[in-house]
Write a protein that binds this ligand. Structure first.
Ligand SMILES: [Zn+2]
Length: 148
């Protein structure tokens, strides 16, 4: 699912999201032989060098907040969501290091990796960290994590 999408992609009936999608979802990929692979239990690589600044539960697993310096000096955090993390707060990761495995499906929601980029200072993350608390923190803003 793309950034800012307004409907859930896993629902067979059109179901509106309460707000635009805050990131990009990765559900499957096709290899060079045309075989489709689903991300069930896949190891998630760190998208960049950075420090793990927080972890919080989400509706499928956990979300890992990886502090990153983006190009043009934009500072913020990658949020890798719906995973079972192998990392802890304070840990330094290099690009490509394993962060955790994609968490299992729950109900009608298939296993998938969600990637967000949260622009702002990681010290502005709410103390009782949760997705609703982040959305209420006006100093932090979700931006498109990659060009699609
Ligand atoms: Zn998502």
């Amino acid at each position: 699912m793309a950034f800012d999408d307004l409907e859930y992609w896993w629902s067979t009936v059109r179901k509106k999201r309460p707000r635009p999608h805050e990131g990009i979802d990765f559900f499957c990929y096709e290899d060079s032989l045309g075989k489709v692979h689903y991300l069930t239990q896949h190891l998630v690589p760190a998208p960049c060098h950075g420090r793990v600044v927080a972890l919080c539960p989400d509706f499928l697993g956990q979300s890992v907040f990886l502090h990153a310096e983006k190009q043009e000096g934009t500072s913020g955090m990658y949020v890798l969501a719906h995973i079972s993390p192998h990392v802890h707060v304070g840990q330094i990761l290099h690009e490509g290091d394993g962060v955790g495995q994609v968490a299992a499906a729950k109900g009608d929601v298939p296993a998938h990796l969600h990637v967000s980029f949260l622009q702002g200072d990681w010290r502005d993350l709410p103390e009782n960290l949760s997705w609703p608390a982040i959305l209420a923190q006006k100093k932090l803003r979700f931006v498109r994590p990659f060009s699609e």
